[in-house]
Design a protein around this ligand. Structure first.
Ligand code: 5AD
Ligand code: SF4
Length: 452
């Protein structure tokens, strides 16, 4: 494989982006070189997502484009990685002859062997899931990042079996990565100048390796790297012990921003979704978060139109979102996935039109809440980590607050990787606009006590 070039196109969640960095590392160890455009590559990989039907259709379309590319270039190899691999391997390789290689999320170490099989003229498949694989010893190669913020995967898989979700089937059982290998990767990132690390996992706060749980891990990494800020994604509401909330409140480098997927605001829906909490328990947890972590910013995931959803249940979701006033929400129409409990036991019986209407109502309400929340930011001071030059203008920088809001401000003499204290002066729907006050650091920045 030496001297060959490769290109990876990634779809789906942050976990998939982190996995592509592991694959980068595996391929580069074989002497292969990454390129930025599919047209320049000898080997094209698509890292795929199955979470909703439209994620899969985008991948199908892209694979057809690559097949067209292959017509002119017989030596081009195309591979499918990630969540779609298991489900569609036969279809892809035998029926449609779209691709040469199919590799599931736990089989990336096998890619060099699979590429060799293809060179010998065979189609190559490995979609075995593993109980142990965490790619602990592989240092991901971050070819497309900004050099300031990085993802570190700390656990994989999911045992929750929410009735709508295909992830347990595509990514297998939950397992955590050895603590020492996580610490080593973060040490390396600090040496390379990274300033923000997002700990990743399908149920990141269910992390448990020998005696270390998620709270202990957060304690350890935040003490060890006081000028790196830490985020985590994506947690499950069932694993938020109070000590974790207190730790986030007290440590200046643990971001005051929590993603807490509700999925629905109705207890009866939550039961059908097999989520292990009621509306009341969820709201109790939100109350606790708001009272323990002053100024905490909350975000969520919501599904509209899940099986048997009534208008009242939909209204429960609307009222929960209105009550919590999330700063950000990822909102989806339910998309039935094969193999899930819902596919086997329930009917996807909310008409498309109704799903779309409910989703629109949810989105519109959320947009107006975000607008209101952003306006409240005007006049506040925040510590922003500069991620780079703003997309709109070279004379401006952009970065995020500790609360995960995008901020744009005049460049002056500041640069990527600096922590800058700013004062918010204005806002648009998605961005805060600010005036830089001074260069600062996590240790010296004084957070405003509480946002009234
Ligand atoms: N349909 C719609 N949205 C889904 N999600 C997961 N499965 C489905 C599905 N079948 C959403 C959930 C989850 C997020 C990653 O994707 O809100 O938290
Ligand atoms: Fe998509 Fe889920 Fe797979 Fe991530 S884990 S790529 S969201 S199906």
């Amino acid at each position: 494989m030496t001297n060959k070039t490769f290109y990876i196109e990634t779809y789906g969640c942050q976990m998939n982006f982190a996995d592509s960095e592991v694959v980068n590392s595996i391929l580069m160890n074989q002497g292969m070189a990454p390129v930025q455009r599919a047209e320049e590559a000898d080997v094209i990989f698509v890292n795929t997502c199955s979470i909703r039907e439209n994620a899969e259709s985008r991948v199908w379309n892209r694979l057809k484009e690559f097949r067209a590319l292959k017509k002119n270039r017989g030596d081009l190899t195309v591979g499918v990685l990630g969540c779609m691999a298991e489900r569609i391997r036969e279809q892809i390789i035998d029926k449609e002859k779209l691709v040469d290689i199919v590799v599931g999320p736990d089989a990336y170490r096998d890619i060099p062997n699979l590429l060799a099989e293809v060179e010998d003229g065979r189609k190559a498949v490995n979609v075995l899931l593993s109980l142990e694989e965490t790619y602990a010893d592989i240092s991901p190669v971050r070819t497309s990042g900004n050099g300031v913020t990085a993802f570190v995967s700390i656990m994989r898989g999911c045992d929750n079996m929410c009735s709508f979700c295909v992830v347990p089937f595509t990514r297998g059982r939950e397992r955590s990565r050895p603590v020492q290998s996580i610490l080593r990767e973060i040490d390396e990132l600090e040496q390379q100048g990274y300033k923000e690390v997002t700990l990743l996992g399908q149920n990141v706060n269910s992390f448990k390796y020998e005696g270390t749980d998620f709270t202990l891990l957060m304690d350890e990494v935040s003490k060890r790297h006081s000028e790196i800020r830490f985020r985590f994604s994506s947690p499950h509401p069932k694993d938020f012990p109070e000590p974790l909330l207190h730790l986030i409140a007290e440590r200046p480098n643990l971001c005051k921003s929590i993603h807490i997927p509700a999925q629905s605001g109705s207890s009866s829906m939550l039961e059908r979704m097999k989520r292990p909490y009621t509306r009341e328990q969820y709201l109790e947890l939100i109350d606790k978060m708001k009272s323990i972590i002053s100024g905490v910013s909350l975000s969520t995931d919501i599904i509209a139109g899940f099986c048997d959803e009534t208008e009242d249940e939909h209204q429960d979701t609307m009222s929960l979102m209105k009550f919590v006033e999330f700063d950000l929400a990822y909102m989806f129409a339910y998309s039935e996935r094969e193999r899930t409990y819902a596919h086997r036991k329930y009917k996807d019986n909310v008409p498309d039109k109704v799903k779309k209407r409910r989703l629109t109502e949810i989105i519109q309400q959320q947009m107006s809440i975000q607008d209101k929340n952003n306006k409240k930011e005007i006049g506040r001071r925040h510590l922003v980590l500069v991620e780079g030059v703003s997309k709109r203008s070279d004379t401006q920088l952009s970065g995020r607050t500790d609360t995960n809001k995008m901020v744009v401000f005049d460049r002056e003499t500041h640069q990527k990787g600096d922590y800058i204290e700013v004062e918010i002066t204005d806002c648009t729907a998605a961005t805060l606009i600010a005036r830089p006050v001074e260069k600062s650091s996590i240790a010296s920045f004084k957070r405003e006590p509480a946002y009234a």
